[in-house]
Design a binder for this molecule. Structure first.
Ligand code: CTP
Length: 410
């Protein structure tokens, strides 16, 4: 693949050197186009030696060759790392004041930008608006990591590791269909993620192993495809939702099933699709004492009486809060003596009545907490309509493909 590596003028430009080496080692031809400021951090000879190609920053460097057009047309993938606040602003407003921004205006291949800056700059309304503009145009903007920044401050804004940027960029390039097409533009989608907690007493709860990563990937993918996204986050760490908030996703934090139900139903009122990726507790303790349950020396522990929680997905499917709304569920299954993972999934699809049910196998080592997933997507009759495997992001895109198809067929 011919990759154009844009490098912005930030301290993280040194990581672009490692990214360049990684991409070259994987057999890709890489042409580096730094900004003038990037060359204050890393010298052109470093990029030239490692890429084996010339490095220039200005459109005036090779006028007869009309470089910006040639570079743009010749690239299969553009990766910009680090993308500074200034570079994002120039790209979002369509400026063409150096070779990199001019080239960005001529490319038709997938573009992946990995921002890096101080937290204040990343969270500033201007940067958020620029990122939203770029995403709406189909640019894949990678959420920055949270961690140590230049100096002794830390927070969201750190450039992800080169391996991670390479992985995401190559995944974006490999994705079939129109790259990062904004096929959910103008749609409002609601995603629930995480696992609910049902209090036993003020310090204990009944919970589950859900990491929320699949739901976060769904929210992130929907936003990249142009949707307005509400994420109902059941007990997710702020570190995993902060980048989404910064990217314009509305995050509603909830804890128990009943809180989740209220939040999902409120957000669903004007939604085109609702995806229930949260692991929702089916039961909750009937009584929750106001004080911690104490151990009685020599006594046997009291039984906890459980009552059933509302089934949020089944309710949404049975009584549509909005006509034509696509309702999607997840079924985390394990096979047992009574049937396979898919047998249980098919029965659940018919029982729940959702338009789509994404069935996956779970256990201690698969599904929960891992970075990869594999789902079979069933319709309300239990028939297989699609399958998606790979990273949670790839699975998310596979599911949104199925949702977008239903919405566009209406
Ligand atoms: N779900 C829900 N409300 C509940 C339980 C589950 O909305 N009270 C949703 C989940 O978000 C998921 C789907 O239903 O999208 C399937 O969840 P799962 O726990 O597999 O289904 P259950 O009906 O609880 O079936 P099981 O008896 O296998 O636990």
């Amino acid at each position: 693949m011919r990759i154009l590596l844009g490098v912005g003028g930030g301290i993280a430009a040194y990581k672009a050197v490692l990214l360049l080496r990684l991409l070259r080692e994987q057999g890709h031809a890489v042409r580096v186009v730094p900004t003038a400021a990037a060359l204050r951090f890393v010298g052109a000879p470093t990029f030239e030696a490692l890429s084996g190609e010339p490095v220039t920053t200005e459109v005036f460097d090779d006028v007869p060759g009309v470089q910006h057009v040639a570079l743009g047309r010749g690239a299969d993938l553009v990766v910009v790392a680090p993308a500074t606040a200034d570079l994002l602003a120039r790209a979002a407003s369509g400026r063409a004041d150096d070779l990199l921004t001019s080239t960005l205006l001529t490319v038709s291949c997938p573009v992946v930008m990995a921002p890096a800056m101080h937290t204040e700059m990343w969270e500033h309304a201007a940067t958020r608006a620029n990122v939203a503009t770029l995403r709406a145009r189909g640019v894949h903007v990678v959420d920055p990591d949270s961690g140590r920044l230049t100096g002794d401050d830390s927070g969201p804004g750190r450039l992800p590791e080169p391996e991670e940027i390479a992985r995401v960029a190559l995944e974006v390039a490999a994705r079939s269909g129109p790259p990062s097409s904004p096929d959910l533009a103008g749609r409002h989608v609601v995603v629930s993620a995480g696992g609910t907690r049902e209090p036993i007493d003020p310090v204990r709860f009944i919970g589950n192993r859900s990491s929320g990563r699949q739901g976060v990937a769904l929210a992130s993918a929907a936003r990249d495809r142009g949707a307005r996204v509400t994420l109902v986050a059941a007990n997710l760490e702020a570190a995993s939702t902060q980048p989404l908030v910064a990217a314009g996703v509305e995050v509603v934090d909830v804890s128990s099933t009943r809180e989740l139900r209220e939040a999902v139903r409120a957000a669903a009122a004007d939604a085109d699709a609702v995806v229930m990726a949260a692991a929702v507790a089916d039961f909750r303790p009937a009584q929750v004492p106001g004080a911690k349950i104490k151990k009685v020396p020599g006594g046997s522990p009291a039984a906890i009486e459980l009552v059933e929680n509302p089934d949020v997905l089944a309710e949404l499917a049975a009584r549509r809060v909005r006509a034509g709304q696509v309702v999607v569920g997840f079924a985390a299954e394990t096979g047992d003596a009574t049937g396979s993972v898919l047998d249980h999934g098919r029965a659940k699809a018919r029982r729940k009545g959702a338009d789509l049910l994404a069935v996956n196998e779970v256990g201690e080592a698969v599904g929960f907490g891992t970075d990869v997933n594999e789902v079979t997507v069933l319709d309300a009759q239990g028939a297989t309509v699609a399958s998606a495997a790979g990273t949670k992001r790839q699975v998310a895109d596979g599911l949104w493909d199925a949702v977008a198809k239903i919405l566009s067929d209406m």
